[in-house]
Design a protein around this ligand. Structure first.
Ligand code: DON
Length: 305
C-alpha cells in the first residue's frame, strides 16, 4: 500500500491538469494548487501516508459529515423533519429547490441542508458554545487536540457569504430556522473553516469504516445502523451534482470540500483522505477523485464489488 500511494503521488499527484482552486472564497484562492496528499487508515490500525499528508487545508464541506453525525446524536431521527435524504442533482449552493419544497433542503450536505443541521445543533446555545462542541467532536474522532478553526478563512467566507446568507434567510422565511440567521451563518462558516491534514481526516473518518466504532481505539461513536446510513448519504449526496459520477468512477461513500479534500470510506476496510486544491467544474477535487479511482481499482474496495 505504501509503495502504491507513493506511485499515486508521483503520477496523478504530479499531473499538470489540476483543475482550478476555489476563488469565490478569497482566502482559498491563495492556496498553492501544486500540493497533493493521500492517507489511508485501515480498520486493522495501519496508517499509510504519502505526499503532503501533514499539511493543513480547509476541510470545508467535509465538516458536514461531522455536524450531521452530531445532529443525529442529539436529535435522532427527528432531524429528518428539518432536512431530507435525497440527492439534489443541483450545485452545492443552489437555492431553486427550496422554493418548491417549502424551505426544506434536500439533504444535509448541500449548503442549505448544512445550515439546517447547524440550526438543529445550536438549540438556543451561543454560536461559540456550539463551535466548541463541533471542534471537540472532531478532535475526539481524530484523537488530536491540535485541530483548530482557521479564522482567516472563516472571515473570508463571512465577507463573501451572500449566497449562503440568501439560503439562510430564504429558509427562515419559511419558518425553518429556530435560531437567529446570523448565529446559524456564523457557526456554519466557522465549521467549514476547520483546518485538518489528510492524516487527521483519515483518522477522524475511521468510525465510518468500522461499523460506527473506531476499530483502533475500540470507542463506539454511532451504532452500526447509523454508520451505514451516514455512508449511504455520503454515497448519494457527498459530491452534489457530481455524486453519480463519483459513485460510478470510485464506488465509495465520499464527501468533498471546496478546499480540495475528499474523505472516502471503504466500509470494513479503510478511511481514506485525499487532498489536491484544484477543483473540477462542479467543485470537487479533480486529482483527488482521480486518485481515489486508481486506489479502488488497485484494492478492489468498491462497495459494488
Ligand atoms: O458554503 C460554502 O460554499 C463553503 N463553505 C463550503 C462549500 C463546499 O465545500 C462544497 N464542496 N465541494
Amino acid at each position: 500500500m505504501q509503495k502504491f500511494l507513493e506511485e499515486i503521488v508521483a503520477t496523478i499527484g504530479a499531473s499538470d491538469d489540476r483543475g482550478q482552486v476555489a476563488s469565490y472564497i478569497p482566502q482559498l484562492a491563495c492556496v498553492d494548487p501544486n500540493q497533493f496528499a493521500i492517507t489511508v487508515a485501515t480498520v486493522d490500525g495501519q496508517l499509510y501516508v504519502a505526499g503532503d499528508s501533514d499539511k493543513l487545508f480547509s476541510i470545508q464541506s467535509i465538516s458536514k459529515v461531522f455536524t450531521l453525525t452530531l445532529a443525529l446524536g442529539k436529535l435522532g431521527d427527528a432531524i429528518w423533519s428539518r432536512v431530507g435524504r435525497e440527492p439534489s442533482g443541483d450545485p452545492f449552493n443552489s437555492i431553486v429547490q427550496l422554493e418548491h419544497e417549502s424551505g426544506k433542503p434536500r439533504n444535509p450536505f448541500i449548503n442549505a441542508g448544512a445550515l439546517a443541521i447547524v440550526d438543529a445543533i445550536l438549540m438556543g446555545h451561543q454560536p461559540k458554545e456550539t463551535l466548541a462542541e463541533i471542534l471537540q467532536f472532531v478532535r475526539y474522532l481524530a484523537e488530536d487536540d491540535t485541530i483548530a478553526i482557521d479564522d482567516k478563512v472563516a472571515r473570508s467566507e463571512l465577507e463573501t457569504g451572500d449566497r449562503n446568507a440568501s439560503l439562510a434567510h430564504f429558509m427562515a422565511s419559511f419558518g425553518r430556522l429556530k435560531n437567529p440567521v446570523d448565529y446559524v451563518l456564523g457557526t456554519y462558516f466557522h465549521h467549514c473553516s476547520i483546518a485538518m491534514s489528510c492524516r487527521q481526516l483519515a483518522r477522524a473518518g475511521l468510525f465510518l469504516a468500522g461499523d460506527g466504532k473506531n476499530p483502533v481505539t475500540g470507542v463506539r461513536v454511532v451504532s452500526p445502523r447509523r454508520a451505514r446510513r451516514i455512508n449511504s448519504l455520503m454515497l448519494m449526496c457527498g459530491h452534489y451534482d457530481g455524486s453519480g459520477e463519483f459513485a460510478y468512477r470510485v464506488g465509495l461513500p465520499g464527501k468533498s470540500g471546496v478546499g480540495g479534500g475528499i474523505l472516502a470510506i471503504a466500509p470494513g476496510r479503510a478511511s481514506i483522505a485525499v487532498w489536491s486544491p484544484g477543483l473540477d467544474k462542479i467543485g470537487n477535487s479533480k486529482l483527488g477523485s482521480a486518485a481515489l479511482e486508481k486506489l479502488v481499482e488497485h484494492t478492489g474496495w468498491s462497495i459494488f464489488g
